[in-house]
Design a protein around this ligand. Structure first.
Ligand code: NAD
Length: 376
């Protein structure tokens, strides 16, 4: 079995799909395995060719990595990379299936078996393959660090000879993986942290991190039985989110927004009026930027100032922390490969939920229904 690890070519991508330690472990556990790593592939993540060589990998030119049985990548393949792949080869990586359905079609046309890390089901058995959660955790951490760096004020409460400084107020919208990590990080930096999510069960998780859960207040006529009333309240809260969140946003020095339902455009939570009501110098880090943003003024991939508020729309925060991002990502890729091994050959069971869901293309067709729907 051969695994190829090409150097990533997407602008700004610093991660590498396999790090030397993880490669070393795979080589020790799988018989007759060759891992071919392109020269310089680990550079962005501070791994030299010599490190790969010492781990037992073959350091080779680009063509040889694309000639392997399994090609392990981080970013979705470029057109040139798709053209290098062919019948019988397996591609493992982030493939942006819903954002780039045409890439899926091109991979299918070339007879490639493509496994998308984004499509790994979030079930406990697949936890060690959950690259998305690993990267979201890094995204949440970096968002809080980046906000602290840009805020022209302290995060923690400080008592100095010249007086006491109040702690920054950080509001995190969306308490999924990224949001909870942002909450935990802002908390460790000493800020007063608030969390909000549309899912009520997240309240407990937010509170267990020492943050306060934000409850949106609606005042509507109680003209139904109790269950009907509760439903009406929830509907009203959803429809009026930007307006109901506004007073909470106005009080925040930092807003980190992570609200998303996979495959849907990011919900609008912060309108221009809310930005204008924030204090000068406040910071918004919009992690939902790649999906359109939770803030109306976010410019994807840019840092702007509007109404004297700094608005960041990062698209690849994990690439700002390539050492741990590559290490964790490599572990999920290795787990995916190991899961599909059958007597030292890669022969995944496509009836198994993990491969049934993560398989984007196989046998010349796009396997995922939603992606097929996008292709019409
Ligand atoms: P997740 O699915 O675990 O969490 C998203 C949360 O948003 C869920 O808890 C969901 O209930 C909540 N949500 C959905 N709609 C909402 C609404 N209208 N109001 C309030 N909450 C709502 O996802 P995650 O893994 O935490 O990732 C969150 C986002 O961060 C994703 O968009 C992900 O792509 C992005 N991300 C971006 C970067 C970057 O560099 N920009 C890095 C990592 C993650």
């Amino acid at each position: 079995l051969t695994i190829g690890v090409p150097r990533e070519t997407e602008p700004g991508e610093t991660r590498v799909a396999l790090v030397p330690d993880v490669a070393d472990r795979l080589l020790a556990t799988v018989d007759d395995l060759d891992i071919r790593v392109e020269e310089g592939a680990g550079q962005g993540a501070y791994h030299t060719d010599a490190d790969y060589d010492a781990a037992g990998c073959l350091v080779v030119g680009r063509d040889a990595t694309f000639d392997a049985d399994i090609i392990a990548k981080v970013a979705p393949p470029s057109d040139d990379e798709v053209d290098r792949l062919g019948e019988g080869q397996v591609l493992v990586g982030f493939l942006s299936p819903l954002e780039r359905p045409e890439t899926a079609q091109a991979l299918a046309d070339r007879g490639v078996t493509a496994l998308a890390m984004e499509l790994v089901p979030r079930i406990s058995r697949a936890q060690k393959l959950d690259a998305l959660s690993a990267m979201s955790s890094i995204g949440g951490y970096r968002a809080a660090i980046g906000a602290a760096e840009r805020l022209p004020a302290f995060f923690p409460l400080l008592t100095t000879a010249a007086g006491t400084v109040r702690p920054a107020r950080v509001l995190v919208l969306g308490a999924g993986v990224a949001g909870l990590q942002a909450i935990a990080t802002a908390k460790r930096l000493g800020a007063k942290v608030f969390g909000y999510d549309i899912r009520e069960p997240t309240r407990e998780e937010v509170e267990s991190l020492g943050a306060s859960f934000v409850e949106l207040e609606v005042d509507i006529e109680a003209d139904q039985d109790e269950s009907g009333y509760a439903e009406q309240v929830e509907k009203e809260k959803q429809e009026r989110q930007p307006e109901l969140l506004q007073p909470h946003l106005a009080e925040a020095d930092v807003v980190i927004s992570t609200a998303l339902i996979p495959g849907q455009p990011a919900p609008l939570l912060i309108n221009e009026e809310a930005v204008a009501a924030m204090d000068p110098g406040s910071v918004i880090v919009d992690l939902a930027a790649p999906n359109g943003g939770n803030c109306a003024l976010t410019e994807t991939g840019e840092e702007i100032v509007a109404h004297n508020v700094q608005i960041l729309g990062p698209t690849n925060l994990p690439a700002e922390m390539p050492v741990h991002a590559s290490e964790l990502y490599a572990k999920t890729v290795a787990a995916m490969i190991e899961e599909g091994l059958e007597a030292d050959a890669f022969a995944p069971d496509f009836d198994d939920e993990i491969f049934a869901e993560s398989c984007l293309t196989r046998d010349g067709t796009v396997q995922n229904d939603r992606v097929r729907g996008l292709l019409g």
